[in-house]
Design a protein around this ligand. Structure first.
Ligand code: UD1
Ligand code: MG
Length: 450
């Protein structure tokens, strides 16, 4: 049974080739584990494949990168990780997938490259819907800068004859602007046998899976080429290309949210993680970094230069400018987190104001409490972290050090400049600072001495 319509056949497999050395990246990190908008390239690809309806994936790794790649993808089920022993080319990598996989009764085989992270669900559905008409389907793009890509060669009747790699192309072939994306689909797994016929008689002495196109067309199989957008199929071989891919993805995410009514000023200056959840009437000013696990409620404003991750921000909160919020935090409705405030693993209830220059770590803050400028929760004694609990309607005076573990009960005051290391009972004022003494006439005497 082959795929039909836009549905992905449940017996189809998505093979993702990730075993290459990635030498053009000049990095110690496996190429496919480089991140765009906080997600690795391979994670991004599997996420899209899963959303497109794939049920089975084969990720081809090398002996050195397999553990790291497996670790990065542990939240996905049904991934079969196989090893390509030697990195002798993409044809050998594809063959390793077919030969080593645990999957049986495979219908169609969709081959993707681990360095092509901009694919969308729609692209995959277009592939799937075209598959009925052909034995082998490839996806290509038309670009003014084809350098480095395999070129797709047609005859006068528009039949695809072969793909020629950059290194092996002659001057005329290099002028061709239709480039192979790396995506190739075999309607029937039996046709992948053609991959075993590939030789390495080329400049780089590698086994190129692109050579299968010539073998297939000569053996009478139908090969079709579907042209898709360059911005969806760009490959990432260098850090420059990685940043280009990140720009494309960022633009897409910002556009999606702007269409849903989020006001994002200068979206090209901000980083917004793909997993963000945003309510209505939200404003995101320029130069904001929103990392993973962020949920933003209705009517929130995130002001410039704020760096936030791992936080749920409830309705009508104002964050920043220059605020930093770290993982496991909740900012209650109508609260305000202002300039140079850092918050970590803390829960702020409704209407809390923490306006300036503070650090709240491992803290719980009650409703309508005001945290004065320069308040610091001293949550770490060098070995362990401790909690600070502050009740509702509390007023913490500026420049106070709250030494945890500490419980400051409801309706209390802490005098500014205090170092508080004992619990404060409800309704009390805690004051802990050296009493001021004024030495009358001291200044005049001092000057006379000189
Ligand atoms: C490849 C295509 C090229 C296409 C381009 C699109 C071949 C021969 N060329 O070139 O036609 O235009 O992608 O981006 O395929 N890999 C393995 N094992 C290997 C070698 C590579 O698993 O032995 C994996 C890599 O990890 C990578 C992918 O295959 O994810 C592609 O390899 P890469 O070296 O990046 O190929 P390109 O030169 O970009
Ligand atoms: Mg590549």
């Amino acid at each position: 049974m082959a795929s039909s319509g836009t549905m992905i056949d449940s017996n189809a497999v998505a093979v993702i080739l990730c075993a290459g050395k990635g030498s053009r990246m000049k990095s110690n990190c496996p190429k496919v584990l480089n991140t765009i908008l906080g997600r690795t390239m391979i994670y991004q690809i599997i996420d899209v494949l899963k959303k497109s309806g794939f049920k089975r994936y084969i990720v081809v790794c090398n002996p050195e990168n397999i553990d790291l790649i497996r670790g990065n993808l542990n939240e996905f089920d049904n991934i079969d990780f196989v090893i390509q022993k030697k990195q002798i080319g993409t044809a050998d990598a594809a063959n390793s997938a077919i030969n080593e996989t645990i999957y049986q009764d495979i219908s169609s085989v969709f081959i993707f490259l681990g360095d092509t992270p901009l694919l969308t669900k729609n692209d995959i559905h277009s592939l799937s819907s075209k598959l009925e008409e052909t034995d082998i389907l490839i996806a290509s793009f038309d670009t003014v800068s084809p350098y480095g890509y395999g070129r797709v060669i047609h005859d006068q009747n528009n039949s695809i004859l072969k793909i020629v790699e950059e290194a092996d192309a002659d001057d005329d072939q290099r002028k061709i602007k239709i480039c192979f994306s790396g995506i190739m689909v075999f309607k029937n797994i039996d046709d992948t046998i053609l991959l075993t016929e590939i030789k390495n008689d080329n400049k780089k002495k590698e086994y190129y899976y692109t050579d299968v196109i010539k073998i297939a067309s000569e053996s009478g199989r139908t090969v079709r080429n579907i042209i898709m957008e360059y911005d969806h199929l760009k490959g990432v071989n260098t850090y420059e290309q990685l940043s280009e891919a990140e720009i494309v993805l960022q633009k897409r995410i910002a556009q999606y949210h702007m269409e849903k009514g989020v006001k994002i000023s200068l979206p090209e200056t901000s980083h917004i993680s793909p997993d963000i959840k945003i309510g209505k009437n939200v404003t995101i000013e320029a130069n904001v970094h929103i990392g993973k696990n962020v949920k933003i409620g209705d009517g929130v404003t995130i002001k410039s230069f704020s760096y936030i991750e791992g936080v749920e921000i409830k309705e009508h909160v104002i964050i920043g400018p220059f605020a930093r919020i770290r993982s496991n935090s909740i900012i209650g409705k109508d609260s305000k987190v202002g300039n140079f405030v850092e918050i970590k693993n803390s829960n702020l209830s409704e209407g809390v104001k923490v306006g300036h220059l503070s650090y709240l770590g491992d803290a719980g803050i009650g409703k309508s409490t005001n945290i004065g400028a320069g308040t610091i929760t001293c949550n770490f004694d060098g070995e362990k972290k401790y909690q600070t609990k502050i009740g509702q309607n509390v007023f913490i005076g500026s420049n106070s050090s709250l030494v945890a573990p500490l419980n400051i009960e409801d309706e209390t005051y802490v005098a500014s400049g205090s170092v508080v290391n004992k619990d404060v009972p409800a309704g009390a004022l805690a004051i802990s600072r050296v009493k001021q003494e004024n030495k009358i006439g001291w200044a005049k005497k001092m000057k006379k001495k000189k």
